[in-house]
Write a protein that binds this ligand. Sequence first.
Ligand code: HEC
Length: 190
Amino acid sequence: MLKLRLGTLSVGLLAAAGLLLALGSSAVGQGGDNDVKKIADLIKKGDMAGAKKAAQEYAKKKEIDEVMYLFKPVKKYNGLGVTGSDQGIEQVLIKLNNAAPTAAIMAKMADSYAEMGYNIAAVGLITEFHAPTQNMGGKKTKEEWTKWTTGSVEAALKLAEAAKAKNVADVKTQASKVNNNCNSCHTIFR
Ligand code: HEC
């Protein structure tokens, strides 16, 4: 009897652990760095000046490759991730660039995609402070760098708006624009 009860108890504990794991994986997007999320929150509130100041502080502490890792998945890389998805921001952007989300996915992911937009904008502001201080030859100029960071921030904010409006076509358009800004900068600087 006691054995049976213990058995039931441990099954119960296992189930609870499983539930926690399940909750944990549905909470992906909570990876990465709290400081970055604070910057994203400032942007969301419309405090761009505050966000830029915090981004500048953050940029002093992190190298550009560490900043870029925020776009990787939570798992293995501790990227920011996208709530409700196992993929990192980079992968989700590519997916949305290839095809607009279905209405069902849009309904489920609207908040996550909006959050992703603010997170991308935050990383964009941080990246801006990693602009080369002097021209590095060829197209590797400060102007080019700033053009693509500013472009990614603008498109990311529009992506957040499109997600909040659950506008699937516009989510795809703005995700593509963000993606083009990533790629344009990588072509020159990476
Ligand atoms: C202003 C320029 C710029 C923009 C904009 C930019 N990146 Fe990068 N990215 C870089 C540079 C430079 C590197 C190489 C960093 C290094 O390894 O030192 C890089 C590297 C990366 C890496 C690889 C990290 C690694 O070492 O494996 C990923 C992933 C990445 N970027 C994702 C993105 C995504 C997604 C976007 C757009 C949302 C983006 N980047 C926008 C400049 C940029």
